[in-house]
Design a protein around this ligand. Structure first.
Ligand code: ATP
Ligand code: MG
Length: 427
């Protein structure tokens, strides 16, 4: 026997059954995707699919060289002389495609994507090396009403999934480039005064991207960070107005939120509004969704300046939360479990199964000529509502036997009566 091969660490199989490692099943994923697709349609978003591999430079330029994602977490490889990377997130690829195909030439775009993302992180519950995101990008919308709309969209989804009472919305305003530059000068001066207590990462970031220091999770730095100059004190009239409008709209929508002046997000491209949805139910992997404005990013990637905003939801974390605290109806039972005895039953059974499927019933066939008692056990375990049985008697009379597995009632009916019989049981 050959040696068993295992999946790459931090990369999960999504199976029809729950396992020790994953509380969700592939049925849960499908149920979630169905809800999500209807939800996205309600808000007018159109689907986009992009490759999982992109030129490394795309991520370096958009996400930023100094971020954890690009600096330490990316799967980068040489492809015969060209540096390529597995996508660590979806926005950069989406915008690359939009610019490449000139999708913004005469109207704004609302796009959504879903798929696997790759980051070389330490695997733990809620943190994986291959994980999945579902995200939206609203491209060409400058107003705070769009910020409010996409936040309301998230709130709507949490409600559909029964987790609205487990999540908290945090918002912040990162201002524009000039405001961040003024804040940066003050922040660097402050960090320099505290250089003795900074860790190695923060010292490096102090010169390359000091705002990132505020994002440090190092407990030893928290008090110093708390007292650092706040970006909110450097915001001008335009940024304040945008932020205040957003808050007014969130209040009108009755969406609870808190302001977190330290929220800077892990990617460099954000400006103005940033937000995160967090939960205290998933330990330290508590962020289920993050988003914000990236008004300069499309221009940075070679397109024309286009104010834009988006968010990404981590599907694994969301499903962990939904399985523990929410509702997700995964429909994985067939309507009918079909069984037979004796090979000469097969033509009648096959014909019956196919006509039932054509009539819209889902049918799972047992597929092995075994004792009926064994087959009934499997039928019960499958969760099917009805059993269809074709054995010697049915073959002789050309009729079909059906059993209502919920009531135990059993009937033998003519071939063309079967659908009527099942419908009468269903009503
Ligand atoms: P974190 O601070 O938890 O590392 P992040 O800020 O790096 O998150 P984003 O880049 O904003 O995350 O990605 C959006 C969402 O994708 C996160 O809120 C999270 O739900 C999910 N996510 C990010 N990294 C992972 C991962 N390694 N495994 C599972 N989900 C992830
Ligand atoms: Mg991260």
């Amino acid at each position: 026997m050959g040696v068993k091969i295992q999946a790459v660490k931090g990369m999960n199989d999504i199976l029809p059954v729950a396992t020790k490692e994953s509380v969700w099943t592939s049925f849960d994923w499908l149920a979630f995707e169905e809800i999500a697709q209807k939800w996205l349609k309600l808000y007018g978003y159109k689907h986009i699919r992009t490759p999982m591999i992109e030129p490394t430079n795309l991520f370096v330029r958009s996400i930023g060289e100094e971020t954890d994602v690009v600096g330490k977490e990316m799967y980068t490889f040489d492809d015969y002389g060209e540096s390529l990377s597995l996508r660590p997130e979806g926005t950069a690829s989406c915008l690359r495609a939009v610019v490449e195909h000139n999708l913004l030439y005469n109207s704004p775009q609302k796009l959504w994507y879903m798929g696997a993302m790759f980051r070389h992180e330490k695997p733990q519950k809620g943190r994986y090396r291959q994980f999945h995101q579902i995200g939206v990008e609203a491209l060409g919308y400058a107003g705070a009403d769009t910020d409010a709309e996409i936040i309301a969209m998230c709130w709507d989804l949490w409600q559909k999934l029964g987790i609205a009472n487990c999540v908290q919305l945090e918002i912040n305003c990162l201002g524009n480039r000039e405001e961040r530059a003024a804040h940066r000068t003050a922040l660097v001066a402050y960090l320099q005064q505290n250089v003795d207590i900074l860790d190695e990462d923060s010292r490096r970031r102090m010169t390359t991207n000091p705002l990132r220091v505020l994002d440090s999770k190092n407990p030893a730095l928290q008090a110093m960070i708390e007292n650092a100059p706040r970006l909110s004190d450097y915001l001008g009239e335009g940024s304040l107005k945008h932020h205040n409008t957003l808050k007014t709209l969130l209040k009108a929508l009755e969406i609870p939120f808190v302001e977190n002046h330290r929220l800077v997000r892990g990617l460099d491209y954000y400006n103005a509004t940033v937000f995160e949805w967090t939960t205290d139910k998933l330990g330290s992997q508590g962020t289920i969704c993050g988003g914000g404005r990236y008004d300069g990013l499309i221009e940075e990637l070679g397109g024309k300046a286009t104010p834009s905003i988006g968010f990404a939801i981590g599907i694994e974390r969301l499903l962990l939360l939904v399985k523990a605290h929410g509702v997700l109806k995964a429909d994985n039972s067939p309507d009918i479990y079909a069984m037979y005895q004796g090979e000469n039953a097969l033509p009648l059974l096959t014909k019956a199964v196919q006509s039932l499927r054509n009539a819209g019933f889902s049918v799972l066939t047992h597929g092995i000529d075994q004792k009926l008692a064994t087959q009934f056990k499997k039928a019960d375990a499958s969760g099917a509502k009805f059993a269809l049985i074709v054995a010697e008697n049915e073959v002789l009379s050309g009729s079909l036997t059906v059993k209502n597995l919920q009531t135990g009632e059993q009937k033998t009916v003519e071939f063309n009566q079967i659908i009527n019989q099942l419908n009468s049981w269903s009503n």
